[in-house]
Structure formats: structure tokens, C-alpha cells
Design a protein around this ligand. Structure first.
Ligand SMILES: Cc1cc2nc3c(=O)[nH]c(=O)nc-3n(C[C@H](O)[C@H](O)[C@H](O)COP(=O)(O)OP(=O)(O)OC[C@H]3O[C@@H](n4cnc5c(N)ncnc54)[C@H](O)[C@@H]3O)c2cc1C
Length: 328
């Protein structure tokens, strides 16, 4: 049986950063890229907020640089999906999409999350050209402009507040006649006079020219009337789906499906399995935070592997620097 010390699942900033660190520990990590090689950043153009690139960098170039760095230190990359992980025995048994079987003493999960979209006409066509699912990433481009935010939950109201500090006007489209968001954030929103709330209103279609969004077709779902709203940008804020289908039967996840990690670490409830990046992050979901937690996962993995080595292959109780039992 060919057992790898460390298998990494996912090829976004979290997976590649974990690979750079694990490779530099001499663990010869094997990384599975999945279908979206390079992760979510390949779906955008300019990334202006990743430190170290004062003139910005294309998302694709940023992840290609990360890949080059991971390969340089000895990461092996396979362009398959992982379709199952069996944790009943050690080493863990992983099956890839080509049915090949791999064994691993430790696994780092970095499979990310996927923004939900509405599926309306032209939404995907104008992605990165006026349609966005991330105000933190793209809000700056809409300074003193007029934007729409779609959604009625906490995320949508947070995005609306964030944008209200930059944009001249924010139209918040809420499908129902009330918000799902918590009372506290609704109160907070009341302080922004440049946010106009449109209840019972749905985005029907995105309109624009060859380069950018120009307007939105919106529907009042009570009166069933359609109107055209001239607009500079549209933010879809209806949530994310963590890519955890494969892991939900073996790991603890929250009610949405995000992998639960012990706060301040990347430990999951299964010793030897670590999670980093957007797949365990309900809060920040940025390239830099994903990369940071990828680094944490490699360090946590290294400590786990060293601990196991010291104990002659027995998986012992491990205590973190705060004295908390994190592994057994
Ligand atoms: C359009 C857009 C623009 C953005 N702009 C910015 C920005 O300007 N600045 C910024 O900081 N952030 C930005 N973000 C957010 C940023 O891209 C994410 O926070 C970051 O990519 C998360 O990294 P990750 O490594 O956790 O996951 P991801 O980048 O989502 O990568 C997940 C990886 O897991 C793989 N995978 C999934 N399932 C499996 C499986 N079963 N087996 C094997 N592999 C699997 C996928 O193929 C993919 O490679 C943007 C996001 C989007 C969608």
C-alpha cells in the first residue's frame, strides 16, 4: 500500500498554501485540484486586495503563481476530484474520480464554497462585468455609483451596509415582504439614508452593453409589474454552498454544511483531518484568509504527524498551546 503522509484536497489559495508549507516540511504532499483548477479566483479578473501586488494581479495569475511555488518545493498534483473518504481505518482511504485509491496519514480539506446565483438571464454573462457575489472584493469599484443588492438575510444586509459607505445609492431587493436578517443588523441598516428597500421585488434579468451592466429588469411580485432600473452594479447576496458533500457523513458540519473546526485551529472532529479556507469559513471568505488558514492547516498537520511519529504510530491525545484536547 502506497501511503502518503499528507493529501490535500482543493487547488484554491487555501490548498496551494497548505501545499507550499507541507512541501517545505518535506512531506511531499499530493494535491487533488478538483474540477476548478485554481479555485474561485480563476472566475475573476483583477484582484486588487491581495497583499504584495500594489498594481493588482489577475486572479488566474495569482493562483498560477501559487501553483508554481507549490510545485517548486515538491508538491505532486493530480487533476481529479476526490469522491469519497473512508475514515474507518488508518491510514485514511481516498477514492478519486478515476476510481484510483489513495491512502493518507493526514488529509487537508480545502474544497472552498460556491456562491449561489439566481439563474436569471445574463447573470453569468455579466459576472465580473457589473455582477458580483462579493462586496468586499468588488465594492470599491462602485464608489459614488448606484448599485443593487439582492437578498434578505444577514449577508445581504451586511453587503448593503458595506456598499452604502461607498456607493451613492443602494437598492436592496427583497423577494418577501420582510427580512430574514437578524434584528440587530436590520436596526443598523436604518442608519443609512442612501439604502432604499424594495420588498416583494425580484431581479428578472440583467441588461448591459458589450462590456458592462447598464440596467436591471425587476419584478414586483405582488402586482406582477415589471420595471427597468438603470444601475451600475448588481451584488447577489443569497449565500454560499460549501463544497462538503463528500465529507458530510464523516465530519461534523454546521446546518449549512460548513466543516466545523476547533476555533483558532484547523482541526476537525476527526484526528488527522484538517479543514482550511472557505470550506470552514462562514465569515471572511477572502483569498488572503483562505491562504492564511491553509498555512495553519499545514502547521497543524505537521504537528499531528510529528506527534504520531513520536508515539510510534499510535494516535494519542494531543493538547494545543491553550491546554485544550484537540486530538485523541
Ligand atoms: C468572482 C469572485 C471574485 C472574487 N474576488 C476576490 C478578490 O478580489 N479578493 C479576494 O480576496 N477574494 C476574492 N474572492 C474570494 C476568493 O476567491 C475565495 O475566498 C478563495 O478563493 C477561497 O479559497 P479556497 O482555497 O478556500 O477555495 P476555492 O478557491 O473555492 O477553491 C476550492 C478548490 O477545491 C476544489 N474542489 C472542490 N471539491 C473538490 C473535490 N471533491 N475534490 C477535489 N477538489 C475539489 C475546487 O476544484 C477548487 O480548486 C472572489 C470570489 C469570486 C467567486
Amino acid at each position: 500500500m502506497n501511503t502518503h503522509e499528507c493529501i490535500i484536497i482543493g487547488s484554491g489559495p487555501a490548498g496551494y498554501t497548505a501545499a507550499i508549507y507541507a512541501a517545505r516540511y518535506g512531506r511531499k504532499p499530493l494535491l487533488f485540484s478538483g474540477l476548478l483548477q485554481g479555485g474561485q479566483l480563476t472566475q475573476t479578473t483583477d484582484v486588487d486586495n491581495y497583499p504584495g501586488f500594489p498594481n493588482g494581479i489577475q486572479g488566474e495569475d495569482l493562483v498560477q503563481n501559487m501553483l508554481a511555488q507549490a510545485l517548486l518545493f515538491g508538491t505532486e498534483v493530480k487533476h481529479q476530484m476526490i469522491v469519497s473518504v473512508d475514515t474507518t481505518d488508518r491510514p485514511f482511504k481516498l477514492t478519486a474520480s478515476d476510481d484510483a485509491v489513495y491512502y493518507a496519514e493526514s488529509v487537508i480539506i480545502a474544497t472552498g464554497a460556491t456562491a449561489k446565483y439566481l439563474g436569471v438571464t445574463n447573470e453569468q454573462k455579466y459576472l465580473g462585468m457589473g455582477v458580483s457575489a462579493c462586496a468586499t472584493c468588488d465594492g470599491y469599484f462602485y464608489r459614488n455609483k448606484e448599485v443593487i443588492v439582492v437578498g434578505g438575510g444577514d449577508t445581504a444586509l451586511e453587503e448593503a451596509i458595506f456598499l452604502a459607505n461607498l456607493a451613492s445609492k443602494v437598492h436592496l431587493l427583497v423577494r418577501k415582504d420582510h427580512f430574514r436578517a437578524s434584528a440587530i443588523i436590520q436596526d443598523h441598516l436604518k442608519g443609512y439614508s442612501n439604502v432604499e428597500i424594495h420588498y416583494n421585488t425580484e431581479l428578472e434579468e440583467v441588461l448591459g452593453n458589450d462590456q458592462f451592466v447598464e440596467a436591471a429588469v425587476v419584478r414586483d411580485n405582488v402586482n406582477n409589474t415589471i420595471s427597468i432600473m438603470p444601475i451600475d452594479g448588481i451584488f447577489i447576496a443569497i449565500g454560499h454552498t460549501p463544497n462538503t458533500e463528500v465529507f458530510q457523513s464523516i465530519l461534523e458540519v454546521d446546518d449549512i454544511g460548513y466543516i466545523k473546526t476547533i476555533p483558532g485551529s484547523t482541526y476537525t472532529n476527526v484526528p488527522g483531518i484538517f479543514a482550511c479556507g472557505d470550506v470552514q469559513d462562514t465569515k471572511y471568505r477572502q483569498a488572503i484568509t483562505a491562504a492564511g488558514s491553509g498555512c495553519m492547516a499545514a502547521i497543524d498537520t505537521e504537528r499531528f504527524l510529528n506527534n504520531r511519529a513520536i508515539k510510534n504510530g499510535f494516535y494519542c491525545v494531543e493538547v494545543d498551546s491553550n491546554g485544550i484536547t484537540v486530538n485523541q
